[in-house]
Design a protein around this ligand. Structure first.
Ligand code: ADP
Length: 375
């Protein structure tokens, strides 16, 4: 592999797992992150700085051959300028811009005839109040900078409306779904496209974070085909190079609606490291380096448990139950190198693989109840 200097905006756990794969291919990474103790800090050529600052991003990218991201809240004007100066920037800044704001994202689905829940773009609380009847029960989402459930509020009745945040957002009809699934799809600059089999996400009711993930999703083969097809159509319509996670709802009558997407490796693809022929991280590198995309076939059913900071504990992290979990066959622990824990902070994840789906679920529950991050 030709020596290349890859610059990555964001130095969190997704970047850390991307670097882990990149090491196998002699790739070198430069990383920019606003947190001096970010998960990538000790394992890369690390720059401490703001991802949303034009000059910082421009300067960071100047000596890179290729620039990628592991978080979408970055300064895209600087990325456009780097592109103009001949750098390869994948995903492309115009794709990041569509996705960065949930408002432009929803509009993109509508403009391209892609199925998504009915919605209304709102500028402030007054707009939300004005459309009460039709959209209730509704989900109100902040346009920019909401993530992991932050910036998402459920408005069930008229009495909830005054609680609506007063900022540009999207008001969506509440979808009474039976499952939340995700399909990760990759596309290289020579336009090869490959999707991973759909996975099913189960959310933590309080934290609004994925608590468990199961692969394959327990859906009919026609829903599976539809979900993979939609993910492929989305990446082609966006003309995106890199990896794209497409989160979808499966309704009770088996329709598939797109919820949102992320143009980078995603929480819903962690299990692919152990459970698939090619991991999402390797696939992202293949896509942005314009190498042949790898097979996405599952080796084995897999589950993923997010390791979240236990509520009630804040301080230097310690991992309780680690030995019991490691004594279980087919269990893989990934810790993200975050020193401090706090309630619901993503501190790591555990992948479990097992040929037998019932035994897989039992082990996932065991891991969930045994391994605790405390201070
Ligand atoms: P985030 O970017 O914070 O992950 P999402 O848009 O994915 O925000 O919303 C978080 C969660 O809220 C979803 O995973 C889903 O469980 C729920 N949700 C979002 N939109 C809707 C909707 N229209 N109807 C019902 N539930 C929804």
């Amino acid at each position: 592999m030709k020596p290349q200097r890859i610059g990555m905006l964001g130095g969190g756990q997704l970047g850390r797992m991307l670097i882990q794969k990149g090491i196998d291919w002699n790739l070198r990474f430069k990383v920019l992150d606003p947190d001096a103790s970010a998960p990538c800090a000790g394992i890369s050529d690390f720059t401490h700085g703001k991802l949303t600052d034009y000059d910082t991003v421009l300067k960071f990218g100047e000596d890179c051959d290729l620039i990628t991201i592991e978080i979408e809240n970055v300064n895209t004007a600087a990325l456009h300028e780097l592109e103009r100066r001949g750098k390869r920037v994948y995903p492309q800044p115009r794709c990041i811009e569509v996705i960065q704001d949930k408002r432009t994202q929803k509009q993109f689905y509508l403009d391209n005839g892609l199925p998504t829940s009915e919605f209304l773009l709102t500028n402030n609380r007054q707009d939300v109040m004005a459309h009460q009847g039709y959209f209730l029960p509704a989900v109100h989402k902040l346009g920019r900078e909401g993530y992991d459930g932050r910036g998402v509020q459920v408005l069930r009745s008229e009495s909830d409306l005054p609680k609506a945040f007063d900022a540009p957002g999207v008001l969506e009809k509440f979808v009474d779904f039976k499952a939340e699934i995700s399909v990760i799809v990759a596309r290289s600059s020579s336009r090869e496209v490959k999707s991973f089999p759909a996975v099913e996400m189960v959310f933590h009711p309080e934290a609004n974070l994925v608590e468990y993930l199961f692969a394959p999703a327990e859906i009919s083969s026609s829903v599976e085909r539809e979900a993979e097809h939609l993910a492929q159509v989305v990446i082609e319509k966006l003309d995106l190079v890199g990896i794209l996670a497409v989160e979808m709802f499966v309704t009770k009558d088996d329709r598939v609606l797109i919820n949102e997407m992320a143009p980078r490796p995603h929480n819903s693809g962690h299990q692919s490291i152990e459970a698939n022929i090619t991991s999402q991280y390797e696939q992202h590198l293949r896509a942005i380096l314009n190498l042949p995309l790898g097979a996405t076939t599952m080796r084995c059913p897999g589950a993923m448990v997010n390791l979240l900071g236990e509520p009630g504990y804040e301080g230097p992290a310690r991992y309780e139950g680690l030995e019991d979990v490691l004594a279980t066959e087919g269990v893989f622990v990934h810790l993200y190198g975050k020193v401090q824990t706090r309630p619901f902070r993503k501190m790591g994840h555990v992948t479990i693989i097992d040929q037998d789906v019932e035994s897989l679920k039992k082990k996932a529950n065991f891991v969930r109840n045994t391994l605790k991050v405390k201070a």
